[in-house]
Design a protein around this ligand. Sequence first.
Ligand SMILES: [Fe+2]
Length: 312
Amino acid sequence: MSSVTAPRLGLPNLGYGVGLRNCHLQHIMEHGAQVDWFEIISENFIGNYGWSRYVLDSLAERMPIVMHGVSLSLGSSDPLDFHYLGQLKGLASAVAPAWISDHLCWTGVAGINSHDLLPLPLNEESFNHVARRLKVVQEYLERPLLIENPSSYLTFSQSTIPEWEFLGALTRETGCGLLLDVNNVYVSAHNHGFDAEHYIRAIPADRVVQLHIAGPTDYGDYLIDTHDHPVPARVWELYALAQELTGGVSTLLEWDANIPDYPNLLAELDKARQVLAGRRPQVPVAQATAGTPLSNPIDFQLNEPHVRAATP
Ligand SMILES: [Fe+2]
């Protein structure tokens, strides 16, 4: 595929979009999409032939849809799951997405799905493992994928390659594109003590096809990637930098818990347009109060040893 090596894979700037979530479907059907494009969680629509799938199919007839997956598990030592890949390919043939994305992570091992996006050691051995698997996946799906930088809360003593270098090398080696989540950069930079701006400047801008923005929560020692608050000022700064460096790529607002109604979601997305017009929303990072549960369905307490042990 010659297009794989072309800048930005020949993929367009879709404009401003939001994640398609069930709580908004009725409003969207009654009042229209009012965004340029939608991102779906692929797994929510595999084997789904209900009303939400009907809404998706009707939207896909008139606007771009992007498939964002959470089950590829590129970093796992388990074999690639070709049953899942077959389902993904089937959904793609029905929805005709502008592109498909997943994460630099692993989600399980020995057939057990953690339902979380877990970090992996970043070194030559893991690079060769991930790159080999990604090539197989892209060949099977007959298209380049976008790979997203994860948020993380621990690092590995076996890591020898910074994440930004790992992703840059991955796109050169495999022809994949990059989904740069500037909120994840902010979260991981805070948790691990690296410079978020350096990370974004080090990523090959001509391989970035899409940006994610979201709002995290400050739990004290850690920022957690909760996707349940407005986007804070620092993330907007990083977003502006990424758009400056890329020259303008597709923007997607992620909001997955405590989801506002659709008009307020659109108001948050509109801040991205305002940022590109030079304004900077002065939104503080949401602070967790004592006993505030994580919005992610993870069953642990903040004072558990494995959380403390991850202190950078
Ligand atoms: Fe993201």
